[in-house]
Design a protein around this ligand. Structure first.
Ligand SMILES: *Cc1c(COP(=O)(O)O)cnc(C)c1O
Length: 461
């Protein structure tokens, strides 16, 4: 399997491991498969693989995507080590199930992609040792959950140093603990500025000659193919489980921000897995819902909301969506998008225990809001922007839905606990991190400030 860039279609394809190493293609586009594997392989997995362990299932789904690659023989072992936690699809009623993607070490779905990516890079370094004398360095900007998942994965599986930039004072205490408690391999920098400043600094480092001559920089953000592919595998897996239970293909409702999970689900659908339709549930950042409604792509300034890991005004994976569906009508056949306000998130969390017997995190609540709307329960507070096929669904009350739960509510206790009126139990892996001593360096919002710490003292890193 070869990968091409979304921008230059005549570009000679590169291998999976090159795409994973590079993150972004040279022309600034994102890597996508040159051709889709044939459907017949997948239907076989669909009937025989649904009751298998996820790690075994994932290795089979991913095999064609690494065919001919230096990593090909190692994919089963990488999946086995990466996916050692549960991935429950819990039935809430005869129509609605919830896919709990928060059972990994940092209690958010980003553990899947980060762990798979870390293991791929570790394997690549051992296979390619000696070809490049520059040390590796992972550099990542985070507004919420990415940094924690990357820090956890790289410190468990690799010796590669990690530098994380986050906006000082703008993330939750528990999110911050997941960035700062890892010891010397992971250095956390609290930037006196916004998330956009953090991203700008990281981009400048990737373009800087001084940085490039010193390090082989690795980008671990959500445009990396090594994060998307395992996410595609969990949508394939859940769709097979749902099909086995209900004998019909299911719809997914996905809390979305940068559209990584959205693309992963579209790719699973493209492979022929039984996915009836996909709904992207966004928070008040409406760029995608407005596009679905009007066909106009208008990048917007990011708004802060209760679902902070989805606060994205210009979703970077959108290029991959358009690459697969250049025509809006075709995209609308497969998917729809809506925007959910903070008020609606609050109300959905508040009603969670009585409506569903569940405590939802603010991100998951956006998806639950959508399922409530389709089932005709719950309150609609604001008008909904976007293109929704609710009319068609009403005619078919048999449709089944999988709500994707992207994070554990305990990570957002300051929002959730007052709404449901009780304490949320903290998962053991999160508790262990909260107890570690934290180390953080405060820096000004420029690359020079970061260079002070990382370029000058890099022999110690
Ligand atoms: C990152 C994140 C999202 C958004 O996912 P995308 O793939 O960027 O759309 C949603 N919920 C949680 C908890 C996240 O951490």
């Amino acid at each position: 399997m070869k990968y091409r860039s979304t921008r230059n279609k005549s570009f000679l394809g590169c291998s999976a491991s090159q795409a994973i190493r590079q993150g972004l293609a040279e022309d600034g586009g994102l890597y996508v498969p040159e051709a889709w594997p044939s459907r017949s392989i997948d239907l076989d997995i669909c009937t025989q693989g649904a009751d298998k362990k996820f790690s075994v299932f994932a290795a089979r789904v991913l095999a064609p995507f690494f065919r001919g690659d230096i990593l090909e023989p190692y994919i089963p072992e990488i999946c086995e080590r990466a996916f050692q936690f549960q991935i429950p699809l819990r039935e809430l009623n005869s129509q609605v199930s919830v896919l709990e993607l928060f059972c990994g070490p940092t209690c958010a779905f980003k553990d899947f992609g980060a762990r798979f990516l870390a293991l791929c890079l570790e394997k690549l370094s051992s296979l390619e040792s000696g070809s490049d004398s520059r040390p590796n360095m992972v550099l990542v900007a985070t507004s919420g959950d990415t940094g924690g998942a990357v820090a956890a994965a790289f410190s468990e599986f690799t010796k590669i140093p990690v530098a994380i930039l986050f906006p000082k004072g703008r993330i939750s205490k528990r999110q911050e603990a997941q960035l700062t408690g890892w010891g010397p391999q992971v250095q956390a920098f609290a930037v006196e500025g916004s998330f956009d400043d953090c991203q700008r600094i990281v981009k400048e480092a990737f373009r800087s000659e001084a940085w490039q001559s010193r390090f082989q920089l690795i980008s671990a953000n959500s445009i990396n193919l090594g994060r998307l592919l395992p996410q595609m595998a969990f949508f394939a897996y859940a769709s097979c489980l749902a099909k086995a239970r209900h004998q019909t293909s299911t719809g997914f409702i996905i809390p979305s921000g940068n559209l990584g999970n959205a693309v992963a689900a579209l790719w699973a659908q493209q492979l022929g897995f039984p996915i009836r339709e996909i709904v992207f549930a966004h928070n008040a950042n409406q760029t995608v819902p407005i596009f679905f409604a009007s066909g106009v792509w208008q990048p917007a300034v990011t708004q802060s909301t209760l679902a902070n890991a989805m606060d994205v005004g210009i979703p970077s994976n959108f290029e991959r969506v358009l690459d697969l569906f250049p025509k809006l009508e075709d995209l609308r056949e497969r998917a729809s998008a809506i925007s959910v306000s903070d008020e609606e998130i609050n109300e959905t969390i508040r009603q969670g225990p009585t409506q569903w017997g569940q405590v939802w995190c603010p991100h998951t609540a956006t998806a639950v809001f959508v399922v409530n709307k389709h089932l005709g329960i719950g309150k609609e507070v604001n008008g909904i922007v976007g293109h929704s096929k609710a009319g068609r669904h009403k005619q078919n009350s048999e449709n089944t839905w999988v709500v994707v739960a992207t994070a554990h509510p305990a990570k957002f206790e300051s929002i959730v606990e007052p709404l449901v009126g009780r304490k949320i139990e903290v998962p053991a892996s999160l508790q262990a991190l909260l107890e570690k001593p934290s180390q953080v360096q405060i820096i000004g919002p420029s690359l020079e400030c970061l260079s002070e710490y990382l370029l000058k003292v890099s022999d110690v890193v």
